[in-house]
Design a protein around this ligand. Structure first.
Ligand code: FAD
Length: 364
């Protein structure tokens, strides 16, 4: 089979990879860009809350009109039983940035890769990159049915770090966390997002487009093993104060997922003709609600760094990118520590660990 060539290959077609692809088409239209995604964005995926600040990034990427016509749910309020059992309601109209959105994540991710494809990027869904090897010609990427050689690679595989060793990058896991999420149909919308601290961890729930709702329990993987069992999960849900009452009798479960959700970083952020973006670079605790915005922002910056690498300015691009990436992480620890400290109502294993992880992150 002949070996294919591209100037830039993007591995991963989530928000980070798609943002990188769209940016490259605008910023460096002369470069050939191919984007691979192992999946097809057909399955349920958690990560539904898109803060209002994303609007500027979606405009910059040229997808604002498509986004607006996608009928995602505009968030009306966040209700939190966090610092105490008494729910605290924050209406979006009082936010300086306006309301954010509650997404159908698979649909949002499809919208982004479709826009990249429409702009001229070669998008290959259902195509996993299995290996990456540096050669004199560039990066040789192994696919199930052949290989492709790319001058520069943008690594945006989310929380899958299988290629880390190929790039010479080290993964650092700062804290573990797992999401035990279930999706429901037949739930009338209320445009709200709820969050509740419980002894075993914390729960969140968001109303999604099309009368759907996601409900997830976040806890440590070694503490939450039983939550895979539906009986245990529904019993734990029944003990919540503000989340359980939102699931009406007619609601029926359509999917169940267990996802890792702790904090992790890689080092370095970029290397010899490669640059990491999104969760591959820095995975945040979902409590921070910053994952998608971070993915879009670093996808854009990774595209500029990759095109600088193509132009022979690799050293400068690497240094700049590493500096920006470390700044993005610097403010995260203190903010997360402050969030967890306000829910210090229990002395269970989960909350003891959260406090010590958060303190370690806050002190760098
Ligand atoms: C439970 C949970 C709740 C969350 N809630 C929120 C939230 O409310 N708001 C928010 O902003 N963020 C949230 N996040 C985080 C958010 O989902 C991520 O930060 C975001 O999806 C990161 O985008 P990404 O493009 O870096 O990675 P991803 O979205 O994970 O995309 C990576 C893509 O790479 C593909 N891929 C992986 N390996 C390969 C390979 N070898 N070859 C080809 N393709 C590959 C995958 O198929 C995938 O499509 C949440 C996360 C979790 C776990």
């Amino acid at each position: 089979m002949p070996c294919e060539q591209a100037d830039i290959a993007i591995i991963g077609g989530g928000p980070a990879g798609a943002a990188a692809a769209l940016t490259l088409r605008r910023h460096a239209p002369g470069l050939s860009v191919v984007l691979f995604d192992a999946g097809r964005h057909a399955l349920e995926k958690p990560g539904e809350i898109l803060p209002a600040v994303a609007q500027g990034l979606l405009r910059q990427l040229g997808v604002w009109t498509e986004f607006l016509s996608s009928d995602f749910v505009e968030s009306r309020a966040v209700i939190a039983a966090w610092a105490s059992e008494t729910p605290d309601e924050r209406a979006s109209i009082f936010s300086a940035q306006g309301p954010g959105w509650q997404l159908d994540r698979a649909r949002f991710d499809r919208l982004m890769v479709q826009a990249a494809s429409d702009s001229g990027v070669e998008v290959r869904l259902g195509t996993a990159v299995l290996s990456a090897t540096r050669s004199d010609q560039g990066w040789r990427l192994g696919l199930a049915d052949g290989e492709i050689v790319a001058n520069t690679v943008i690594w945006a595989t989310g929380r899958s770090w299988k290629l880390a060793r190929s790039f010479g990058a080290k993964l650092r896991v700062h804290s573990h966390l797992a999401a035990y999420a279930r999706f429901f149909d037949g739930v009338p919308g209320d445009c709200q997002m709820l969050i509740e601290a419980r002894p075993e961890g914390w729960w969140y729930s968001a109303d999604l487009p099309g009368q759907r709702r996601v409900v997830a329990c976040m806890t440590d993987p070694d503490l939450g093993g039983d939550l895979r069992n539906p009986n245990y999960w529904y019993d734990a849900l029944a003990a919540t104060r503000i989340i359980a009452p939102l699931l009406p009798k007619g609601a029926y479960e359509t999917a169940m997922l267990v996802k890792s959700a702790g904090t992790a970083t890689i080092d370095p952020a970029a290397g010899n003709h490669w640059v990491a973006a999104g969760d591959s670079l820095f995975s945040a605790d979902p409590l921070s609600s910053r994952g998608i915005v971070h993915a879009l922002r670093t996808g854009i910056l990774a595209a500029y760094a990759a095109s600088d690498m193509m132009d022979g300015r690799g050293e400068l691009a690497r240094m700049r990118y590493a500096m920006i990436a470390s700044q993005g992480f610097a403010d995260y620890g203190p903010a997360l520590a402050a969030h967890y400290a306000t829910a210090a109502r229990w002395d269970t294993a989960f909350w003891q660990r959260r406090r010590s992880h958060a303190a370690a992150l806050a002190s760098g």
